[in-house]
Design a protein around this ligand. Structure first.
Ligand SMILES: Cc1ncc(COP(=O)(O)O)c(C=O)c1O
Length: 465
């Protein structure tokens, strides 16, 4: 930390924050007696708070975002140069960084071809929902308008995204919701015993078959889209079981349902491939992404579609309503694609996809080793540097630990200077998964430090075995 804040300055910052800032996803009563945390500076994998305390960030900015780490001058310089040349023009026109990034991104996504810029993950998902609805109107008299979403998945914070939200504690008290969204069951094999009829073998195919059952019950002529996270994030870091995705693809093709993959968390390297869906050999119709696209150096989100989807919006130029009548003001900011180009270049130059696979495997093994020591670790799962450890009171009944204990582990790590995460206000009674998503630049020493902190915290909160 370069020490540019004096004691006096920082206490003013804290007081102004306490007086005026409404923090995200926070209950503020605590700030009447304790100081809010202000993050002042970041470098590589580390951030410093207002007291100058150093933290190793094992969650990439709290919400799996800063994939290439903090303090990247090459991104800052590229954005500065671009802002001086042209900061903004509405997305009805093109921009130089906008088309360069589109070309580079599409190159990583065989089968996809068109990019729509906007500025948050929620917004990108809303665009996809709007496209599915408009296609229903254009081709099916409005009938094929229903959008399926999955239990435990999250797609954003707006009312339509919450209508597609599979996490009760995110949704509670924000209804009534938008019509035409239908829930399908989750695919968390570890909790299949809670699902009626789940088989011992071939669970993945069974879980996908539940989607088909719902399509048939709703009527295939009413279902236009299926929106899924490739690996569920805030709902418990759920890696889909073998056989699941192949069957999902088959079902979508059979019933002419557009497959929309929400890569807001997994996108741009988090799982060790450019996109989470690329682990499973499937071909989506729409892909949304946001957080890791520019690692938080600028706000940017993208909706990418196939050329087939795009063509549906230009087939009759004589009809004044026959195109995607949508705009995102800040989708025209040039800082986003400029930062995204350099973000992607860093991942390539530093071979970060390979590092993510290697370090992810190492971290997974280290967490599994911890589970030999602590019986409360029921299951460790994830892909690449996107990992979770579900904590249970008893391995045979799989009853979750109480949320206060999970929070105690997170707080203990924080006190040790390591920031980890946990599922939070997500599934009632099941906010019991510790979450890890260090930057893709993580080295063995960083992982060792994270594991040592978790080990210490688990010992203090649960005792060993
Ligand atoms: C899978 C997923 N989709 C969408 C979103 C919403 O993104 P944003 O907060 O940028 O609107 C999130 C945010 O956490 C997410 O995890």
């Amino acid at each position: 930390m370069d020490g540019t804040f004096s004691e006096n300055d920082i206490s003013r910052v804290v007081e102004a924050d306490r007086a005026h800032i409404w923090h995200h996803l926070s209950q503020h009563k605590a700030y009447e007696t304790t100081d809010p945390r202000i993050i002042v500076e970041g470098k590589g994998m580390r951030v410093w708070d207002q007291k100058g305390k150093e933290h190793l960030d094992a969650v990439s900015g709290g919400v799996w975002t800063v994939n290439v780490g903090y303090g990247r001058e090459s991104i800052a310089n590229a954005v500065r140069d671009q802002l001086i040349k042209l900061n903004y023009f509405a997305g009805s026109a093109g921009s130089i960084p906008g088309s360069h990034f589109a070309e580079k991104l599409i190159d990583k996504m065989p089968g996809m071809s068109r990019l729509y810029y906007c500025n948050s993950g929620s917004e990108a998902n809303e665009k996809a929902f709007k496209m599915i609805r408009q296609i229903a109107h254009k081709r099916y008299g409005g009938k094929k308008h229903k959008i399926l979403y999955r239990d435990r998945d999250y797609h954003g914070t707006t009312i339509a995204c919450l209508s597609a939200g599979g996490q009760e504690e995110r949704n509670a008290q924000y209804g009534p919701f938008t019509d035409g969204f239908v829930r399908v069951p989750h695919c968390l094999e570890y909790r299949k015993f809670e699902q009626d009829g789940a088989p011992e073998d071939n669970y993945g195919v069974w879980a996908a078959d539940q989607i088909e059952k719902i399509i048939l019950a709703e009527g295939p002529d009413t279902v236009g889209g299926l929106c899924l996270e490739p690996v569920t994030a805030g709902g418990g870091v759920i890696t889909p079981p073998d056989g699941y995705w192949e069957r999902v693809q088959e079902i979508c093709r059979k019933y002419d349902v557009l497959l929309h993959i929400d890569e807001v968390v997994c996108g741009i390297g988090r799982t060790g491939e450019w996109f989470g869906y690329q682990h499973f050999g499937i071909q989506p119709d729409m892909v949304t992404m946001a957080k890791g696209v520019a690692s938080g150096y600028a706000a940017i989100a993208c909706l990418v579609t196939t050329e087939e989807v795009f063509n549906l919006f230009k087939d009759d130029a004589s009809d004044p309503l026959n195109y995607f009548r949508d705009i995102s003001t800040f989708g025209g900011c040039t800082a986003g694609p400029t930062a995204a180009i350099e973000n992607m270049a860093i991942i390539e130059r530093e071979n970060l996809l390979q590092n993510t696979r290697d370090m992810g495997q190492y971290m997974l093994e280290e967490l599994e080793e911890l589970s030999d020591k602590y019986d409360v670790i029921g299951q460790v799962r994830g892909k690449g540097l996107f990992l979770g450890a579900e904590l249970v009171q008893d391995r045979s009944t799989r009853v979750p630990v109480v949320e206060a204990q999970i929070q105690a582990v997170v707080a203990d790590c924080m006190a040790q200077g390591v920031i980890i995460g946990a599922t939070n206000r997500s599934v009632p009674g099941k906010n019991n998964t510790l979450c890890f998503s260090p930057a893709l630049i993580a080295k063995k020493d960083d992982i060792d430090q994270i594991i040592a902190a978790v080990d210490g915290a688990m010992g203090r909160v649960f005792g060993s075995k």
